[in-house]
Ligand binder design. Sequence first.
Ligand code: ZN
Length: 253
Amino acid sequence: MIVTVKGIVLKSIQYGDFDKLCTILTEEGKFFFKARGIRSLTNKNAAGCQSFVYSEFILEQRAEKYYLRKAQPLYTTLKAGSDIQTIALASYFAELCEDTALDAETGKITLKLLMNALYLLAKADRPLDLIKGVFELRLLAAGGLSPLLEECALCGKPYDAEPHLYVRLLDGDFVCRNCLSSRDQNIMKLSRRAAEIVRRSVSVSEKDAYAIRVAPEILQEFSRFCERFLLAQLDRGYQTLDFYKEVKKLPEN
Ligand SMILES: [Zn+2]
């Protein structure tokens, strides 16, 4: 059977001398296929199987397995010359998508989120950590894991009644200062101003969520929160995130 899908490579592993094993994200969910001969210099499908390129893939299905027939590049998001931080962040986004796109429904939402985030990374006109935080939150929201920052989970006090919220990272909600207990673990203190950015990131349109201007110290707090919240909610680490954090420490040339 032949399947034609449009999507983007999330991961590719070298296999044998000339082949690759690729995972792609499409509107129909993820596909895993073998691309024979893709690493030979004359292979016509190599451009369509590169990272961060949106392509049309023609796959042949045989005995539950897929093999690449053709990959036609349609749209390149990040250019080869993009800086290392941007590439590292895009790789982290791809790994997150690989982890969270579980079926056709989540695949479709995740692909749209990824394409928009890659478009903004390529445009390079706003802070990377804003794109990162909004992407992390909206990806979680797509899986029903938005932080619940309306009111204190215990007494119902509204989020804007005090200067700080004590977010329970595993429960995904917050308690106020009065309700905070010494037994609470995995708490992150979040200023009301940063909490407002978090709330806004998942309540407005995707375009508006990325369009906000934030003071540097609030952006830093927002970014730190989004990452900790995501890692707590998904309960795992990401090698690509560690790499992004390493390259951020490098001096700019
Ligand atoms: Zn309370």
